[in-house]
Design a protein around this ligand. Structure first.
Ligand code: GLC
Length: 547
C-alpha cells in the first residue's frame, strides 16, 4: 500500500471566500466494491480507511459513501432497515467514527447517502404500518384501496419493473413502491415522517458528517389525487417498462420544493454542511431544484454528461444550455459516472477517457468522480449466473443491469487485484492485472497521474476553481473555452476526434505554458497564437495576463 503523500492539504476555501463544496472535488465510493478488510469478498469501512492514502494522493476533498446502514440488501443498501446504524457487512459505528476522524485529519470531508423516499419493508416503521389500518404509523407510508376491479389503484409503475403497487392481504390495501416491493415509499406529506427523517439527518450531522447526497430527491412527493400517469408514445419494447408512462404524477411535483427547503433548513442548523440532490430531469427542470432564492439543494446533481452523445458540438451546446439555465448564484456541478450508469470509459471509449477527465475537471463547478474512473475502469460483462442487481433480475436482457459498473476497485496485480483475500462479490475486470492503481502510479503518463495533475492545477489556479466560463467558437471535434478570474486566465482545448488539429484563436490567446497535457508529455511547453493537438489530445493552457 502506498505511503501517505507528504503534501499538506491547503484549506479548501483557500481564502477565496467560497463555501468548501464549491471548490471541492467530490469522490463517490460504492462501499461494497472499494476495499474488503475482513475477507468476506465485500468492501467495508475499514477497507476505505486503509485506502485513504490513495484518496489523499489523488487530491480529492470529499467522499460520498453509498449507503452503509443496516439493510436486507435487496437493493444493496438503498433499502434501509435502520437509518442510524451501520450494517455489519460494512463494520460498526466505531469503524465509521474512525473513518470520519481519519478523513477529517487529512482535510477530507465525508458525505453520507440519505435515502428518505423509501425504507426497507423490514424497517420497524413499515412493519408497524402494515399491521392494521388504524396503526399510528399507517399514514407513514402510501396506502390505498384497490381500484373498483380489485386491481392496483393507479397505473403507476415501478422503476424496477411491474406495477408500483403491492397488495397487502392482511389489511386489504395496496402500498406504493417506486422501486422494489421491498422498498415501500414513505409518505412525505405526513409531517411526522418529515420530522423523523430530519432527526436522522441531525443524528449524523452531530456525529460530524459534512452533508448528504439525497437519493431520488425529485420523487419525494406524489400526486395526492392519485391520477394516472399519461402514456408515453415514444416508448418501445427494449426500453425499460417504467418509461411506457410519463411520470408527471409520481415525480417532480411542485410541492417537493417545500420539503427540500425544509431539509435545507436542517442542514443550515450546522456550519458548512452540504445538501446534494440526485435528480434525473431535463436541464430546465433540474435547475428548479436550487429552489426559490436558492432555498433548495446546494447542488442538484447535473447528469447531463451521462447520456450525452460524445460529440464536441453537442457537448459544447449542452454546457452552454446548462450555464444559461442556472439561477443567479446557483453553483454548477458535473458528473461523468455513478453506481447506476455505464462507466464513462465504456461510453466514450478508452481513447477519450483523458478528454472526459479534462472536461470534468476544468468546467465551471464542482466535479464528482466515481471510484475507478481515475484509472479508467470500464464496465465488466457479468455472466448470467453472477448477476446481483435486482433491476437486471426483474427486467432482464435489455441492458439495464448495474453490476457492470460496480465491480471491485483495481488496486494492484493479483487474483483479486488487492481488493480482498476472498472471491469478490462481483467479478473483476479482466484487465485488472494491468489497469490498476499500483501500475498507474508508477507511470508518469498514466490516466491516474493525469487526474492527479488536473486536480492539483484546479487547486492552484483560481480561474479553474472559481472563474467564469467563456466558450470560444470552435468547429468539428474541438471544444474550447476560457476560464478566468481577475488576472488569472486558463484556456482549455479538447480534441474529441482521432485527427490532429491546429487551432488558431487570435485575440483569445496570448502566450502561455501548457499546464496539463492529456498525454503528460507536453507540460510546460509554451503556446503562442496556435495550439497543435494530436488526435484525442487535450491541453490546459495558462494564459499570460492580458497586457
Ligand atoms: C437511486 C440510487 C439507486 C437505487 C434507487 C432506489 O437512484 O442511486 O442505486 O436503486 O435510488 O433507492
Amino acid at each position: 500500500m502506498e505511503a501517505l503523500a507528504e503534501q499538506t492539504k491547503p484549506n479548501v476555501d483557500a481564502g477565496w471566500g467560497a463555501p468548501w463544496w464549491q471548490t471541492a472535488v467530490l469522490y463517490q465510493i460504492y462501499p461494497r466494491s472499494f476495499q474488503d478488510s475482513n475477507g468476506d469478498g465485500i468492501g467495508d469501512l475499514r477497507g476505505i480507511l486503509q485506502r485513504l492514502p490513495h484518496l489523499v494522493s489523488l487530491g480529492v476533498d470529499a467522499l460520498w459513501l453509498s449507503p452503509i446502514y443496516p439493510s436486507p440488501m435487496a437493493d444493496f443498501g438503498y433499502d434501509i432497515s435502520d437509518y442510524t446504524g451501520v450494517d455489519p457487512i460494512f463494520g460498526t459505528m466505531e469503524d465509521f467514527d474512525a473513518l470520519l476522524e481519519a478523513a477529517h485529519s487529512h482535510g477530507i470531508k465525508v458525505l453520507l447517502d440519505l435515502v428518505p423516499n423509501h425504507t426497507s419493508d423490514r424497517h420497524p416503521w413499515f412493519e408497524e404500518s402494515r399491521t392494521s389500518r388504524t396503526n399510528p404509523k399507517r399514514d407513514w407510508y402510501i396506502w390505498h384501496d384497490p381500484a373498483p376491479d380489485g386491481g392496483p389503484p393507479t397505473n403507476w409503475l415501478s422503476e424496477f419493473g411491474g406495477s408500483a403497487w403491492e397488495f397487502d392481504p392482511a389489511t386489504g390495501q395496496y402500498y406504493y413502491h417506486a422501486f422494489l416491493n421491498a422498498q415501500p415509499d414513505l409518505n412525505w406529506r405526513n409531517p411526522a415522517v418529515r420530522a423523523a427523517v430530519y432527526d436522522v439527518m441531525r443524528f449524523w450531522l452531530r456525529r460530524g458528517v459534512d452533508g448528504f447526497r439525497v437519493d431520488v430527491i425529485w420523487h419525494l412527493i406524489k400526486d395526492d389525487q392519485f391520477r394516472d400517469n399519461p402514456g408515453n408514445p415514444e416508448w418501445h419494447p427494449g426500453r425499460p417498462p417504467v418509461e411506457s408512462v410519463v411520470p408527471i404524477f409520481t415525480a417532480d411535483r411542485p410541492e417537493v420544493h417545500h420539503v427540500i427547503a425544509e431539509m435545507r433548513r436542517v442542514i443550515e442548523e450546522f456550519d458548512e454542511r452540504v445538501l446534494i440532490g440526485e435528480i434525473y430531469l431535463p436541464i430546465e427542470r433540474l435547475v428548479t431544484y436550487y429552489g426559490a432564492d436558492l432555498s433548495g439543494a446546494h447542488l442538484p446533481f447535473n447528469f447531463a454528461l451521462l447520456n450525452a452523445p460524445w460529440n464536441a458540438r453537442r457537448i459544447a451546446q449542452l454546457v452552454d444550455e446548462y450555464e444559461n439555465a442556472l439561477p443567479s448564484g446557483g453553483w454548477p456541478n458535473w458528473v461523468l459516472g455513478n453506481h447506476d450508469r455505464p462507466r464513462v470509459a465504456s461510453r466514450v471509449g478508452r481513447d477519450q477517457v483523458r478528454i472526459a477527465a479534462m472536461l470534468l475537471l476544468t468546467l465551471r463547478g464542482t466535479p464528482t468522480l466515481y471510484y475507478g474512473e481515475e484509472i479508467g475502469m470500464a464496465d465488466v460483462a457479468i455472466p448470467p449466473d453472477r448477476v446481483r442487481d435486482p433491476f437486471e433480475k426483474n427486467v432482464p436482457g435489455i441492458g439495464v443491469g448495474r453490476d457492470g459498473c460496480r465491480t471491485p476497485m483495481q488496486w494492484e496485480e493479483g487474483p483479486t487485484a488487492g481488493f480482498s483475500s476472498a472471491e469478490p462479490w462481483l467479478p473483476l475486470a479482466a484487465d485488472s492485472t494491468v489497469e490498476n492503481v499500483a501500475n498507474q502510479t508508477g507511470d508518469p503518463g498514466s490516466l491516474l497521474n493525469l487526474y492527479r495533475r488536473l486536480i492539483a492545477v484546479r487547486r492552484t489556479r483560481p480561474a479553474l476553481s472559481r472563474g467564469s466560463y467563456e466558450p470560444v467558437a470552435a468547429s468539428g471535434d474541438l471544444i474550447v473555452y476560457v476560464r478566468s478570474l481577475d488576472n488569472d486566465r486558463v484556456m482549455v482545448v479538447l480534441n474529441l476526434g482521432p485527427e490532429p488539429v491546429t487551432l488558431t484563436v487570435r485575440g483569445a490567446v496570448s502566450n502561455g505554458p501548457i499546464l496539463v497535457s492529456s498525454f503528460g508529455d507536453r507540460d510546460g511547453e509554451e503556446v503562442t497564437d496556435e495550439v497543435y493537438l494530436r488526435g484525442h489530445e487535450g491541453a490546459v493552457i495558462g494564459l499570460d495576463p492580458k497586457s
